[in-house]
Design a protein around this ligand. Structure first.
Ligand code: CTP
Length: 322
């Protein structure tokens, strides 16, 4: 419990936590402790945060504990830990091999290319204190920007309202609403070799945002907001005669591939990245599983970090001729 708490804080006051802080390798945790320590809200919260940061957890076993109590928190059998470590390492090494391959494929292609990316949600104001937004974290678009610059591309990142650090050497332009994002894209798209539309752009905005904060009306139990359609940014870029290579995203909760293929056609995109979103996948997560789709190809990427997905995606684009 103590070590989990220290890892969550990013502390490094002993050898173990120092090593964990000073590595870029994946880390697997196999905690064991008294059942009440394990079920304590503080410990569970630490575990949740560590999982979100990419730590892999081997759940403790249930049964008799060293202290004499019975419950969840017991150390799993050593053989179970050993098998889990071997499986974890094999999976990591396979992913690493694929990533290294994708990286070397992509490097010569992206060097000097100009890439325009939109990322994050857009916020559509209702009044000065309220807005309509969505759960996009921007992490996927930011990971693509980060990887692309490391591959030698010149990246412009048009970011909706997100709390993420700007990747080194990326030119970032912050926007809030879909109209602001559209404005910027219209002025800069012509300079790009490739446009990746990873933003979760609001399809509608409030027709007439109020200038003052809206107040409840006594006796009125319903309220109606009039919404008008926002411009479709990625579809607009695809319509231009001097359009770059255009890549869209399709975040779906069901019929993922079918809906994505429909969007590819309808918006006249060169490629679309489909992903299943839901309670435990896609939005706000560090891991993602994309299916990369063109008119003639369909490649499934298994679940991995958004950075690994970005490398695979940029390597896939590098194989398309444009
Ligand atoms: N997109 C955009 N401008 C919009 C809306 C979406 O550029 N006004 C882009 C997104 O960046 C993404 C793709 O279009 O690349 C998503 O397609 P879309 O049909 O808008 O997806 P949804 O909003 O999920 O729409 P639907 O309700 O049709 O599934």
């Amino acid at each position: 419990a103590e070590t989990l708490a220290k890892l969550r804080m990013g502390r490094a006051d002993d050898l173990l936590t120092t090593l964990c802080l000073a590595t870029d390798k994946p880390i697997m945790l196999a905690p064991a402790m008294n059942r009440l320590m394990w079920s304590n809200a503080a410990t569970q919260d630490n575990v949740l945060v560590l999982k979100q940061r990419g730590f892999t957890l081997l759940e403790p076993a249930e049964g008799e504990q060293a202290c004499g109590e019975v419950g969840a928190g017991r150390m799993p059998e050593p053989l179970a830990i050993f098998n889990a470590v071997v499986a974890f390492q094999t999976k990591f090494q396979e992913q690493q091999k694929q990533t290294d391959q994708a990286w070397s494929n992509a490097k010569s292609f992206w060097l000097g290319k100009k890439l325009l990316i939109t990322a994050g949600p857009t916020f559509e104001d209702i009044d000065p204190v309220r807005f309509i937004g969505n759960r996009s974290s921007g992490k996927m678009g930011f990971a693509i920007a980060d990887v692309a610059t490391k591959l030698g591309a010149k990246v412009t990142l048009v970011a909706g309202p997100v709390q993420l650090a700007t990747p080194v050497n990326v030119e970032r332009i912050n926007v809030r609403s879909a109209l602001q994002m559209f404005d910027i894209v219209q002025t800069v798209y012509a300079d790009a070799d490739c446009f990746i539309s990873a933003a979760a752009v609001a399809d509608f905005r409030v027709a007439q945002p109020a200038e003052q904060k809206l107040k409840k009306q006594p006796g009125l139990d319903n309220m109606t907001l009039e919404l008008v359609k926002n411009p479709d940014i990625v579809a607009w870029v695809s319509e231009q005669s001097d359009k770059p290579f255009v890549v869209g995203f399709a975040a779906e909760t069901q019929n993922v591939i079918e809906y994505a293929k429909d969007k590819l056609k309808r918006k006249n995109l060169d490629m679309i990245c489909a992903n299943q979103v839901g309670e435990f996948q896609g939005f706000e997560q560090n891991d993602n599983a994309l299916t990369l789709i063109t008119e003639t190809e369909e490649v499934v990427q298994s679940l991995s970090s958004k950075t690994q997905q970005a490398i695979a995606l940029l390597s896939f684009i590098a194989k398309q001729s444009f």
